[in-house]
Design a protein around this ligand. Sequence first.
Ligand code: MRU
Length: 379
Amino acid sequence: MGKSILDYETVELRDEENAIRIIDQTLLPGETKLIDLKTGKEFWNAIYLLQVRGAPAIGVFAGFALYLLVKEAPLPLPDTKENYSENFNVLKAVLQEQKEYLNSSRPTAVNLSWALERMEGKFLSFESEEGRTIADVRSSLKTEAMTIKAEDIEVSTRIGEYGLTLVKKGDGLLTHCNAGQLATIKYGTATAPMYLGFQRGYDFRIYCDETRPLLQGARLTAYELASAGMDVTLECDNMSASLMKTGAVNAVFVGCDRVAANGDAANKIGTSLLALAAQHYHVPFYVCAPTSTIDRNLKSGSEIPIEQRKPEEVTEMWYAKRMAPEGIRVYNPAFDVTDHDLITGIVTEYGIARAPYTASLGEIFARREANPLCVTPRA
Ligand code: MRU
């Protein structure tokens, strides 16, 4: 049997080649092309162009990117213990400049800044470590980036287990955009209950929104779930209300790019419309969120920065010829914010938060603090 899309790594560190290998997701499902990226500009472009995408995968990618950029940066002096401070300060400037640069590639998914800050924090923990060498610092950055990746698998698995407690055999589950394996390292977030349920004979009927304008639902979610052998039906975004009206959908599971302290959740454009329809038809609406996607510094969703993208994605991309009048003004936000009162539960790796979210997310973070993840790093 040939290789399935699920057999490829979403993000892989190729340390000996000083590269990160990703699947170019802009070409899926027609072509599975692996690309090796090496420079800061290539890393930035890959995130901006959605060659690598989905909040958790962007975080893992950013961790490896910062590691490689620090690894590759030339040192002014030989790497001895005596020269440590001077070398460290030069690398610190490189790291902070590259961190700012990579962070400017996409604004909404908080996993990007979360991973970059985590890497910076690890680096800065060596600031006054006299008697070290820069090789020690670089090796520790590599371990940190590999740990972010390994944690992602554990997080998705736990989200899948919690999500599975919310559904029953034979259910119809609807999802939007791609919060699948291609957006993470394994299982996805919104799709994790689907993968785990599939392995355990739950016989779900899965519905995927096409997800205009970049078609992540059609190109990626439908592709990966069908490749796994699941029962998948694709529909255009504007069909989900009529689908819910038939009673075919028992629950909606979506991913997210940033959740504010009050539970408002930013996800791919169209998610809030789906939540409104779900409320009307009494379909439970679950947001699957690793705690790395929860930004408790923001009080509400109105503070979440929303990426605006170019008009051509709406007017001509995917069409053989342009389908909108020349010069038409286009509104093309990449994400919207679903109000917390439309969300039935937020499924995290530390359990399911329910309204009122400020308190329940606080409890989730307290659980995380008491029991941090403990995983073996992976390249
Ligand atoms: O623009 P994208 O494709 O990066 O948008 C992705 C989403 O909106 C996902 O639902 C979100 O990042 C969660 S991925 C587990």
